[in-house]
Design a protein around this ligand. Sequence first.
Ligand code: ZN
Length: 312
Amino acid sequence: MLAVLLLVLWKPDAGSETVTRPAAQAASDKRIAFSFDDVPRSQGAFLEPDERPRLLIEALRTAGIRQAAFFVNPARITAHDNDAADIAAYARAGHVMANHTARHSRLSAVSVPAFLADIDAAESWLKDKPNHRPWFRFPFLDEGQKDKAKRDAVRTALKQRGLMNAYVTVDASDWHLENLAIAAGKAGQLMDWNALRDLFVESYVESANFSDELARRTLGRAPAQMILLHETDLAAMFVDDLAAALRADGWTIVTADEAYRDPISHMEPDVDFADGTRTQMLAAERKIGKRWYERNDQKVAKKLFAERVLRD
Ligand SMILES: [Zn+2]
């Protein structure tokens, strides 16, 4: 049924260029790397679970994204589909694997010992795997929110374990667009494939420039950005278009290793919230700018999805 639905909805453009954008600025210093959370992720809106990793690897290859970071939840790996083989295939394709807790725990909702146990469980699965990096991505980007004691306890524990906080700087909630597409599919609503792709691509490019401008105002320079995606169908289908649009907008795509060598990787912003991007936290610490990219507000994204993607 999914395959049939996909055929109905697939209306590719004649050309490969996705979104028309102004010519790139000369000598741009905008750099960006890619990361994918929640590996392996549950079924999405369009693809069979086995199809998605193959499509994603191929899209990254054709987009010239040599090394993306994949953040794994080992407790979600099941024997009956090919999750472990898919993760090995990401590594074989040159990408790197890191820790997202075993069970996707939310720090605000569990004790520090329970959270650390979940980190350790993931690390023990990852430690001997190829292309493993000592990086830790907080599920939900929840670093303890307003609870500074909790935040500091986990910061200390990460250092003791030699794990770097694998922050993000660019987010446009691909998981939410995916959920909207799943809901539309279940309700029998038709979606305009090209409009969905353009909304996805445009939102991430906008979010990247939002973070770039905020960082320049905060730091007086342009740090390498780290884009947050998830192992969604939308990411697999559109990441090559996103890469093309970013390049057309003056961005250079770099490896995850290079992005995390940026000096902001050593910073620990002290703010009264800890569940956002690193750029937002650094800006907030210095009382600069607004905190959120507007399309991460689910009401805003839902309205855009309804207006631009859904068809009668
Ligand atoms: Zn996650």
